[in-house]
Design a protein around this ligand. Structure first.
Ligand code: ZN
Length: 272
């Protein structure tokens, strides 16, 4: 039973963070040294502490230096730059690695956004893990080769009308800019076709902050256009009703299909 628990923990940490399972195995080799502590709570706390120290060192010091050797670089993790994580959970879980060309494209789009809309920073969501092609970044279907990146929409504070850096969903996904009456409703279309997963996140993610935010079509549209104009970018996914509402023209902007999830809560960008 103890072994089964360890295997489950290893798998869980590997699925969520890629390197967490290996860090756990490394931490286990230190645990015999902690057995001299008689108190179970103290011993458990020390074991957790050893894991967390090793995980932090490997995640923030070692992996960012090794990953470029395997063709991926980390996106910035500070909250002050033009391009930043919406939530620190993304870099904490090693989900912020991309190929260098994608990092450059995203950085350049973020700089252009800052020039056009001073004070605007671009929030990134899930990208890819640091190592190995075909290692899935669950729950995303395709974020497994360093070529994919999700970006948050831009919003205004609905009370003041002023630009905000925040988003209605703390993870950036699951709070959608629904189709208006008369607009194409792909969410309803896909649900009707039996693709139950298409709307799943809206049922899971709390919607309570939705009314505090107004979708900023102008800034979000500018961000999509800056990305679409970039030579390295091959495809961008955004829900068809928003493509039409914003007036986006690039033929790089496609409908992702009902087998994916809704893209009226975030932008998906990928390299050629
Ligand atoms: Zn994506």
């Amino acid at each position: 039973m103890k072994l089964l628990g360890k295997i489950i923990l290893f798998l869980l940490l590997t699925v969520i963070t890629q390197i967490g399972g290996l860090v756990y195995m490394l931490a286990i080799t230190c645990y015999p040294f902690l057995n001299k502590f008689q108190n179970r709570i103290v011993r458990g706390g020390l074991k957790l502490g050893v894991f967390l120290v090793l995980y932090s060192l490997i995640t923030f010091v070692l992996v960012p230096r090794i990953a470029p050797e395997f063709g991926r670089v980390p996106l910035p993790i500070t909250t002050k730059g033009n391009l930043k994580p919406l939530t620190i959970l993304t870099p904490l879980l090693n989900r912020h690695y991309v190929r260098p060309e994608l990092e450059k494209s995203a950085q350049e789009a973020a700089i252009k956004m800052q020039e056009k809309f001073p004070g605007t920073s671009v929030n990134y969501l899930d990208a890819n893990f640091p190592f190995m092609n075909s290692f899935p970044l669950i729950p995303h279907l395709s974020h497994n080769d360093g070529k994919k990146l999700d970006l948050a929409f831009l919003y205004d504070d609905s009370q003041t009308g002023i630009d905000t850096h925040e988003a209605p969903s703390f993870i950036g996904y699951g709070v959608c800019e629904d189709p208006l009456i008369g607009e194409e409703n792909t969410a309803a279309f896909c649900a009707q076709k039996g693709y139950w997963q298409y709307n799943l996140l809206t049922a899971v993610v709390p919607q309570k902050h939705k009314n505090n935010f107004t979708f900023d079509a102008q800034r979000t549209g500018a961000l999509v256009n800056f990305l679409a104009a970039h030579e390295e970018i091959g495809k961008i996914f955004i829900e068809p009703h928003l493509k039409k509402r914003i007036g986006l023209k690039s033929d790089k902007i496609r409908f992702h299909g009902c087998q994916a999830v809704r893209h009226d809560d975030h932008i998906h960008v990928q390299l050629k």
